[in-house]
Design a protein around this ligand. Structure first.
Ligand SMILES: O=C[C@H](O)[C@H](O)[C@H](O)COP(=O)(O)O
Length: 429
């Protein structure tokens, strides 16, 4: 128990870490492909996770961000595999969590490079920490660790100093520089610059010799903080982080793709597993417009029916399609553009949505059944009955030659798909 002062319980930092870790462990579901962070808070998470695995016979596949975590996981009977493909969830600690933005400083434990690789590979990247880590401005309480190659170390430190970040080489003892799991060195820097964290992160990466920085400026879907009063608080990240596409958004934005003018109003259609949500969210982020998942517009009566396991009929879908058309029309009239995703498998549905919004651009995501079935099966933690994909293909009325539709083959990466949509939009096709 924590110390008691008057009527107020003060949870110790370890109790706060444990509380945050236990709450995060509840996010894990059987079948998940899970990233394990590094640090003392993550150790509590590993304990809570192993308890759940034993008590509930959970079957999960894990990837570790450090050799220390790999060893601790093995002691607890949690096996780890190399990173390959997208993770469903990654849980990690942090040295600072900026209030509002959820930008992070990480790496006091030296694991920042693998931590960032795993954070970028996670559909959901969730941070756990005690209350002392919450700051108004990054750099308030800790130095910024920067991983550098073990060659011309003094030169790299001097170049980092040139941009206003005086740093010292981290040492393991008085005579031995610290070495990361990747065989590199760490410079701990004072953040004495006016640059915003994303600009600083990008600037540091322009210096030859810098491998990675401890600034994590995109992708944190949520931070679960153990508070001194014994409670936990959850802070949510930006919509792109919550949609699990933040690292792709950062890449696409840095590519400087041409922007169409005026901002388009787009409906992204396609069968299940065609990647509508990912592509739609990325496209909206690139265009700088609003994004809506069409399913979120179902009236309550439809939700209740679906929850009860009853399929919707055309009458049920009518008010919902009108809502989709209304949202699209609203964006068009306001001139602000926007992206909605919805399967829109039949001609009738597409006509209805189109008739409410002249000028609508339909992006049709197409893919072979075997490719989509493989993708659906590859979504760890998601089970799509094969019948569902078959019934989607049976219902699909492919857009006719008289429909103005941008057909996009999804046998490519999300970055490549969105790049080609952006180019076609800019060319007006
Ligand atoms: O390299 C280490 C990591 O970034 C850790 O996640 C971070 O240092 C937080 O560690 P702790 O939970 O021990 O405060």
């Amino acid at each position: 128990m924590g110390a008691v002062t008057g009527a107020t319980m003060i949870a110790t930092p370890d109790q706060q870490k444990r509380a945050a870790a236990r709450e995060a462990a509840l996010l894990v579901e059987t079948g998940m492909y899970l990233g394990l962070g590094t640090g003392s808070t993550v150790e509590y998470f590993l304990d809570a996770l192993s308890e759940r695995i034993k008590a509930e016979s959970l079957s999960i596949t894990c990837v570790a961000t450090s050799l220390v975590t790999e060893r601790r996981a093995a002691e607890l009977g949690i096996g780890v595999v190399p990173l390959s493909g997208m993770l469903d969830l990654a849980i990690d600690g942090a040295d600072e969590v900026e209030f509002g933005t959820l930008h992070l400083i990480k790496g006091l434990g030296g694991a920042l490079l693998r931590e960032k690789q795993i954070a970028e590979s996670a559909r959901q990247f969730v941070v756990i920490a005690d209350e002392s880590k919450l700051v108004r401005r990054l750099g308030e309480r800790t130095p910024l660790p920067v991983e550098i190659v073990d060659f011309a170390v003094e030169r790299t430190i001097a170049r980092i100093g040139d941009i206003g970040l005086p740093g010292v080489l981290r040492m393991s003892d008085a005579a031995t520089p610290y070495r990361t799991d990747n065989g590199n060195r760490i410079v701990d820097c004072t953040m004495a610059v006016a640059m915003t964290p994303p600009v600083l992160e990008a600037t540091l990466k322009t210096i030859a010799g810098v491998v990675e920085t401890g600034l994590f400026t995109h992708g944190c879907a949520a931070a679960i903080i153990g508070m001194t009063d014994g409670s936990t608080r959850r802070f949510d990240g930006d919509p792109w982080a919550r949609a699990g596409v933040a690292s792709h958004v950062a890449t696409l934005r840095s590519m400087g793709l041409p922007l169409p003018h005026p901002k388009p109003v787009i409906a992204v259609m396609g069968v299940s597993a065609s990647g509508k949500s990912t592509i739609g969210a990325l496209l909206a982020a690139c265009l700088g417009v609003a994004f809506i998942d069409g399913d979120d517009l179902h009236p309550q009566s439809n939700r209740a029916k679906m929850q009860a396991g009853h399929p919707l009929n055309d009458n049920d879908r009518l008010p919902w399609l009108h809502r989709i058309a209304g949202a699209l029309r609203g964006w068009r009239d306001a001139g602000c553009g926007g992206v909605i995703v919805s399967s829109l498998l039949t001609r009738h549905y597409r006509d209805l949505v189109r008739s409410g919004c002249a000028g609508l651009i339909l992006v049709n995501l197409t893919g072979r059944r075997d490719l989509l079935a493989k993708r659906a099966a590859g979504r760890h933690g998601h089970f799509m009955p094969p019948d569902l994909l078959d019934s989607q293909f049976a219902t699909l009325e492919p857009p006719g030659a008289d429909e103005t539709v941008m057909n996009i083959d999804v046998d490519a990466s999300p970055i490549a798909i969105v790049t080609s949509i952006m180019q076609r939009l800019a060319e007006g096709v």
